[in-house]
Design a protein. Structure first.
Ligand code: CA
Length: 231
């Protein structure tokens, strides 16, 4: 099994190196970058499993990098927030970060969070397994992990696909955030349930690229999400 890859994004070069050394010593394959723009370029080629992302960066800050990463990647994101401000932590989670560490922190603490991320189980195929699901304009080829709206293919991340599949597996129901988390991230998941909202928002945006896809996912107030019954 290949080593998990960690991208460390931190402009304080010395801190980045120390954290990198801890991670390498623990068996991870590590890449260090020192600004946000480079982080996005490297994420595309290095394909990290986990990104350790500092908020305070030159150029694009960590929040912008997090938002951009989430459009294309399911990697785990651990943000380093310099302030105790609750606002920063909530902002990080709202943008799709999986966890955060408040600086100053020890490299050992960062290593512990990275390891904790990788212990989170992911379920490959949630719900009952059918080879394909068709709901209104939506066609989900479960085996090929391919989604089409009126014949137009969508490029979804693994998490977005799993969310859509979980919703489609029970089309008449509204699923709560915890049900979606169980289906997509697995029963051992811990963390802020609003991570679901971030991925649903990205999924909706991609579905909305086709007129028939807009409005396919409905918000059920006080409960969670469901698929619009298009029949
Ligand atoms: Ca920094």
């Amino acid at each position: 099994m290949s080593a998990a890859r960690v991208l460390v994004v931190e402009d304080e070069v010395r801190l980045a190196q120390i954290v990198g050394r801890y991670l390498e010593h623990d068996g991870f394959t590590v890449r260090l970058v020192h600004d946000g723009a480079q982080a996005l370029m490297d994420a595309a080629t290095f394909r990290p499993d986990v990104v350790v992302l500092d908020v305070m960066l030159p150029g694009a800050d960590g929040f912008e990098v997090c938002r951009a990463l989430r459009q294309t990647s399911d990697c785990y994101i651990v943000m380093l927030t310099a302030r105790e401000a609750e606002r920063d932590k909530l902002a990080a989670l709202a943008l799709g970060a999986d966890d955060y560490v408040v600086k100053p922190c020890s490299p050992r603490e960062i290593l512990a969070r990275v390891r904790a991320m990788l212990r989170r189980p992911r379920i490959e195929t949630p719900g009952p397994v059918w080879p394909a699901v068709a709901i209104g304009p939506l066609w989900i080829d479960v085996e090929a992990r391919r989604v089409e709206v009126n014949g137009q293919a969508l490029d979804l991340t693994r998490t977005e696909f799993d969310l859509l599949h979980a919703l489609a597996a029970r089309p008449a129901a509204a699923l709560t955030r915890s049900e979606l988390i169980r289906a997509v991230w697995g029963p051992g998941w811990f963390g802020d349930e609003h991570v679901v909202d971030v991925h649903v928002a990205n999924l909706r945006r991609k579905l909305s690229a086709t007129p028939a896809g807009a409005g396919l996912i409905r918000t059920v107030r006080g409960i969670g999400y469901g698929l619009e019954d298009a029949s």
